[in-house]
Design a protein around this ligand. Structure first.
Ligand code: ADP
Ligand code: SF4
Length: 704
């Protein structure tokens, strides 16, 4: 199909200093969780974006020096020859498809703890980031930078820029965002210096200007120099000289960089979840930049709609459409627009499982795109599928995320697929969950898969078909895949986190009961130890039906794990807004006669809450009765022509939707592969150079 003419604008080349992006699709820097220890995986992951049509593909954050060490978070390095080789794999891979490669050079300043290098972190004035979440907390504070440290920082940036050029990069970044070192110079709370780098805005911005200048001097006219900068905080600050301090900074640096990459200041606002924010949420902060600079501007906003992209350009907000999550969820997004296949775009759902991978220090995972991170190690291409040599007929029982993904992947491989769903509609858990406050966008997991399946000739969809063992035996399919999901339990746990059995009594409910429309009378207590989104979302949901909803959790925060997905700060706000009382660090002791007794986890101090209905959001167990029943009639399988019966998704092991989708995908990819296919290729670091000593400039010598 031909591209729609109204999207032509998106495919115009854009000059960025000495280089030219072939179109306006710009895969901005974002962490992949792969670091330099997995260079082939990382190259494969980034290459896919270039193949899919992104005109520029960037790295994640790349440390210029061992004083910038974010461990245990998975950051990349560009310190030595081995690092150059590791990154060159990515630039070669990206260039193969005609895209430009960008590198985000980074110094973490007082926001890192240098847990591996053990070098004292550097900051403008000895002020350090003080994180409030375990996992991000550290107990190593920074030291104030001496004039010699500033000179070193400039040397490190210049040296890293030269290395980046020899690794083949086309766009080289100075990164003044997200609390990292150059950003720390911009804010007086961090920067209390009395020399020429502190005080007035012209002084505070000096280091950024110098970093840009040394980068340009280092790479000459061969590479573009980009500035990535966070403007949220600065935009909120008054300036005597300009409309805000953000305006002042942009005016001071207007045409110094070849490209402005503009963003927010903290991960939860920069990479905000769809539960609380829509497409294009950065615009009110960054919309002014293009009015000041003549250089191209790139920004993000979870853009998946080509019409929104065109509007951003036509309205003069952006020149290049930045994508991190949309490029993970669908690396082929640009190509699909180019080919007039917008309806095939696998739109990001804004769940932020991808960013949780970085917080977990593991390779990127994506709910929508199960092939993300698997390009090299499992050889999975998001758009290409090995056609099966033995196209047997497959029956998939259960049309949730796992069943849908499995059906689609089997169909693309040439199998004859039947997907049976007991309920009247497909979607499994999404049928209910996408109706919860803020979660409608998650429905894209269902909508995209169903839309694709409905267009394939080798798929038959049976909604409203609850299948029994007898039905399955009579249907004469060769492969049976059970994707019947999981159930929420009424299980409680002891203070030692040991299961103590289910609370089987009246007025105790689970999310399944709420989904099934059970009448739940107030006052309601939601007891959440699942710790992800369900507890808080259901509490918010239940405020429609009862005046009093209390959320109780043994964790220290509401939806404690949701800190990994950047949702937690806003979850707290949402519950406060909905009037839900929050009680943390507590467990359930007893529930009777309209009263719930809870106890503090550590002190044991008891508290009584009025409670007519208790909703337990805790452990899930596989709903695999059908699978077990099929196994119990094992002897009848072969006579019925059935070659295999397996489980996938939550019916195998309950987990987040991302896990169910991956499970369904993997099963269909690997069914007729040789034994051992489930073992993926393990990547290894490049270690051609012997270790050498590296001068960190502080008078200490650090081995790298
Ligand atoms: P997953 O996340 O693993 O895909 P879900 O719980 O979201 O799991 O979806 C499982 C789906 O399976 C549900 O829609 C449920 O109605 C369906 N299902 C369960 N048992 C049967 C059955 N015997 N026949 C057809 N569909 C079933
Ligand atoms: Fe989007 Fe979720 Fe995939 Fe991240 S994990 S890219 S937020 S769909």
């Amino acid at each position: 199909m031909a591209r729609h003419s109204r999207f032509d604008l998106l495919f115009e080349p854009v000059r960025i200093g000495p280089v030219t992006a072939p179109n306006r699709f710009y895969a901005v820097p974002h962490a992949s969780g792969m670091t330099n220890t997995m260079p082939r995986m990382r190259a494969g992951f980034r290459e896919m974006k270039a193949e899919g049509g992104w005109g520029v593909v960037c790295t994640g954050y790349v440390s210029v020096h061992p004083t910038s060490d974010d461990s245990p978070l998975p950051y990349a390095t560009l310190w030595d020859q081995n690092d150059i080789r590791a990154h060159a794999m990515m630039t070669d891979a990206v260039h193969k498809h005609g895209a430009l490669a960008g590198i985000e050079l980074w110094h973490g300043g007082g926001s890192v703890s240098n847990k591996t290098s053990r070098l004292p972190p550097l900051s403008p004035s000895g002020v350090s980031w003080m994180a409030t979440h375990v996992g991000f907390m550290g107990n190593q504070r920074s030291r104030a930078m001496e004039p010699g440290d500033i000179r070193n920082l400039l040397l490190w940036q210049a040296e890293a820029a030269r290395k980046a050029r020899s690794a083949g990069f086309d766009i080289i970044y100075v990164y003044a965002g997200m609390g990292y070192l150059p950003y720390e110079f911009l804010l007086p709370e961090w920067n209390q210096r009395t020399d020429e780098y502190g005080g007035s805005m012209a002084n505070r911005v000096r280091i950024v200007r110098e970093l840009l200048e040394v980068t340009r001097d280092a790479v000459g006219d061969t590479c573009a120099v980009a500035l990535r900068i966070s403007l949220e905080e600065l935009r909120a600050r008054h300036s005597d000289r300009a409309a805000s301090e953000a305006h002042e900074v942009v005016e001071l640096l207007a045409d110094v960089p070849d490209l402005w990459d503009v963003k927010m200041d903290s991960s939860p606002t920069d990479c905000s979840p769809s539960r609380f924010t829509g497409e294009g949420s950065h615009e009110p902060v960054i919309d002014f930049v293009k009015q000041i600079t003549k250089k191209p501007v790139v920004g993000v906003g979870r853009f998946t709609s080509p019409d929104t992209m065109v509007s951003q350009i036509k309205r003069g907000v952006l020149d290049l459409i930045g994508g991190a999550r949309p490029s993970i969820a669908d690396p082929f997004l640009p190509r699909k627009i180019n080919e007039g296949r917008e309806q095939d775009i696998r739109e990001c759902i804004g769940c932020n499982i991808c960013i949780s991978s970085w917080h977990d220090s593991v390779p990127v995972r994506c709910t929508q795109n199960p092939t993300a991170g698997e390009e090299w190690r499992r050889g999975w291409h998001p758009e290409r599928f090995a056609t099966t040599a033995s196209p047997s007929s497959v029956l998939i029982v259960g049309g949730g995320p796992a069943g849908l993904e499995c059906a689609l992947t089997f169909a693309r491989r040439g199998y004859s697929v039947s997907l049976a769903e007991g309920a009247d509609n497909f979607g499994g858990r999404l049928r209910f969950e996408s109706t919860l406050p803020g979660l409608a966008t998650w429905g894209r997991v269902l909508d995209w898969r169903l839309g694709q399946l409905q267009r394939l000739p080798n798929v038959t969809l049976y909604a409203g078909n609850e299948l029994s063992v007898t039905d399955i035996l009579e249907l004469e399919h060769q492969r049976v895949v059970v994707a019947t999901g999981a159930r929420w339990t009424r299980m409680l746990y002891s203070t030692l986190e040991l299961p103590v059995g289910e609370l089987e009594q009246a007025y105790v409910y689970t999310p399944d009961d709420v989904a099934a429309g059970a009448y739940i009378d107030g006052p309601i207590v939601v007891f959440d130890y699942d710790n992800y989104y369900m507890g808080s979302a259901i509490a918010e949901h239940l405020t429609q039906f009862a005046d009093s909803v209390t959320y109780v959790t043994p964790a220290g925060h509401v939806s404690a794990w949701a800190v990994m997905t950047n949702e937690q700060p806003q979850v707290h706000r949402a519950l406060a807004h909905a009037g839900v009382e929050v009680v943390t660090l507590s467990r359930v002791v007893k529930f009777e006669l309209g009263e719930l007794v809870i106890a503090n986890l550590f002190t044991g101090e008891e508290r009584r809450l009025l409670c007519r209905s208790l909703v337990i959001v805790g452990a899930r167990m596989a709903r695999d009765d059908l699978y077990q029943a099929l196994l119990a009639r094992r002897q009848e399988l072969a006579p019925a022509g059935i070659l295999s019966v397996d489980r996938i998704g939550d019916a195998l092991a309950p987990g987040a939707i991302a896990h169910a989708v991956h499970s369904g995908h993997r099963y269909a990819r690997e069914l007729d592969c040789p034994p051992g296919a489930e073992l993926y290729r393990r990547d290894s670091p490049i270690v051609e150079d012997p270790p050498r000593l590296y001068d960190d400039g502080s008078g200490e010598r650090a081995a790298v």
